[in-house]
Design a protein around this ligand. Structure first.
Ligand SMILES: [Zn+2]
Length: 604
């Protein structure tokens, strides 16, 4: 073991806790010495937080400031939040002495993969305060191995970042070193972060050691992208999937951190930070760090919801995704709640609409080009999910509706109400099938339209419907006559259909009135038409008695159409269609072509 000092560098001297080197420095130092790099430890920020790195606030004691994410790195499994299932499994394995040679920690960044790896290293190497203990799920934190591992300077616990050591040579160094026994601890432990970054050759080289590792060696791998690991490696690891941490759990954790830091923080502020952290403790603590320094600068010292809101940017993406989700999920109460809470947070209704438009755009782009631009794993996941779920047609419809809604909100006297209405309208539309599907539904509906007939109102506006049966019979007869006339004299026939109001009709005798505003006297033409088209001899008289005349065939048709139209508009399906296509008009397709009339025509 003469080599080991050279290989791992001179032991770092013990320092007071607050002045000890950062984890990154120690990691860098460990890696540097391990891989023979003479360069001194470099302070580097690994896995930068999503927001700008917090400006270090001066610590009250004047000691160097340590960012919260490092200061509150969990030192026991009990402190590791949100991973109860994993801790239980691991505890069982330790108690039964059934420990794998290699562990794999997976999960999104900042959920505690590296922390877990260090905790496992402690659990395996802890000797207890009296130096007599064995592996334990509850490492003492006091013995030399525990302390050294916590500080990242244990000689037998080697941390390596595969992102910067991807090559086969780096792995060879490990394989060489594996042959030697641990210097002072029970196990020699290799923690390899971002292990998916290793090259294929490096994996192959590692595989032999993984197959038959010496009993004193454990490998702890951590990765955010487990699907990039070769199956051969996966199959030799005990795998722990670290969960994204629930927002309330995060908020409670941040509350405790604030207490420990003696910083006042509003619950709402902590909840917002937790939501923005999207399941990552590290990201959340970075934001909290920033919020605390903002609060310090503002002078009050307390972290307020208002400051956090300002700091995170008003149109908080998580909230907007929640709103979008409610809209396309058809959850009306969710939409209203979300709009209300965003409004309470000071988000302008126009900004809400803009954010929704932005989301539709992003989902559409994701459908075509993938979600490479997503700012977070959470966002990417959401965008990809929607891109799969929503059709291109639906997205373009959402865009149109939201754009219209945005204009309305901008012009409305009460933008909040306008936003609610607009988003609810979008929601109802999102519920609907595509136009193709809608037509199918309408057809199915028209095949069995009980509501329409029941809903058809009688009354003054519809004289034909109100007329007694005899009038109906006359109308039928008259319609037949007109059709017959149209066969032989189309011009006369259409004039009769359009403007002739029947006062009385018996075989061979017609008394009629002319609709107002029609010039000329068609009496002679009509007689000729009737005699030519219907046959027999006809007496045609013009009357001025408009009051007792029935409406012309065309007038009756128009009135009936208006009635049907009103009834149709009352139909829930049609109302929904109008909600989906706000600018739509109802077109009587029989007016377009009687030949191509669909079975669901209202005249059918
Ligand atoms: Zn211990």
């Amino acid at each position: 073991m003469v080599d080991s000092t050279d290989m791992f560098g001179a032991p770092i001297e013990d320092e007071p806790e607050d002045e000890s080197p950062s984890a990154a420095e120690l990691e860098a130092a460990g890696q540097a010495s391990m891989f023979g790099d003479p360069a001194p430890a470099v302070r580097e920020e690994r896995a930068p937080p999503p927001v700008a790195a917090p400006a270090p606030a001066p610590a009250p004691s004047g000691q160097p400031y340590r960012v919260l994410a490092r200061k509150y790195r969990p030192q026991t499994f009990a402190e590791l939040i949100g991973q109860d299932a994993m801790v239980q499994t691991l505890g069982n394995a330790i108690r039964r002495g059934r420990l794998a040679h290699a562990f794999l920690m997976t999960g999104v960044r900042g959920v505690g993969k590296t922390s877990t790896a260090r905790l496992i290293a402690k659990a395996l190497n802890c000797v207890g305060p009296d130096g007599q203990g064995g592996p334990t799920i509850d490492p003492c934190g006091q013995c030399e191995p525990c302390v050294a591992i916590a500080e990242g300077r244990h000689i037998d616990v080697i941390e390596m970042d595969a992102a910067s050591h991807t090559g086969v040579d780096d792995v060879r160094e490990i394989i060489e070193a594996v042959r030697y026994a641990a210097v002072s601890a029970r196990y020699k432990i290799y923690i390899i972060d971002e292990v998916h970054m290793l090259s294929r050759n490096a994996f192959n080289a590692l595989l032999k050691t993984l197959e038959e590792p010496p009993a004193h060696v454990k490998f702890l791998f951590a990765t955010t992208e487990v699907d990039k690991l070769p199956v051969t490696v996966l199959s030799r690891c005990q795998r722990f999937d670290l969960r994204r941490i629930q927002t309330p759990v995060l908020a409670a954790h941040f509350g405790k951190v604030c207490e420990a830091e003696e910083v006042q923080a509003e619950d709402e502020a902590l909840a917002m930070i937790a939501a923005a952290a999207e399941g990552s403790v590290r990201d959340g603590l970075s934001i909290l760090d920033q919020a605390i320094s903002h609060a310090d600068m503002a002078g009050g010292g307390a972290v307020t919801a208002e400051q956090v809101r300002e700091m995170l940017g008003l149109a908080d993406k998580t909230m907007q995704r929640r709103l979008f989700s409610a809209v396309i999920g058809g959850k009306g109460d969710g939409v209203l709640d979300e709009v209300a809470s965003q409004f309470a947070l000071g988000i302008e209704p126009t900004a809400m609409m803009r954010a929704q438009l932005d989301l539709v755009h992003k989902v559409t782009v994701t459908q075509i080009a993938g979600a490479a631009d997503a700012r977070s794993a959470e966002e990417r996941e959401a965008l990809e999910g929607w891109a799969k779920k929503l059709g291109a047609g639906a997205l373009h419809r959402l865009w149109q509706l939201l754009l219209k809604g945005y204009e309305e909100v901008r012009a409305a006297p009460d933008p909040l109400v306008a936003a609610q209405m607009a988003l609810l309208r979008v929601m109802h539309a999102a519920d609907l099938p595509d136009p193709g599907g809608l037509i199918k539904q309408l057809e199915a509906f028209a095949a069995n339209p009980p509501a329409m007939q029941a809903a058809a109102p009688g009354g003054g506006a519809a004289p034909a419907a109100a007329a007694p049966p005899s009038a109906e019979a006359i109308t039928r007869q008259w319609a037949q006559l007109v059709e017959q006339v149209e066969q032989v004299s189309p011009l006369i026939g259409s004039a009769m259909r359009l403007s002739v109001r029947v006062v009385s009709l018996t075989p061979g005798h017609l008394v009629y009135a002319l609709a107002p505003g029609i010039p000329g006297d068609p009496t002679a033409d009509m007689r000729r038409g009737l005699e030519g088209g219907v046959g027999g001899s006809w007496r045609v008289e013009r009357s001025a008695d408009l009051a007792s005349a029935m409406p012309s065939l065309e007038e009756a048709r128009a009135a009936a159409a208006a009635r049907d139209d009103a009834a149709l508009r009352e139909d829930p399906l049609v109302r929904a269609a109008f909600a989906a296509f706000p600018g739509a008009e109802m077109i009587d397709e029989s007016a377009i072509s009687a030949e191509t009339r669909k079975p669901w025509s209202k005249r059918a």
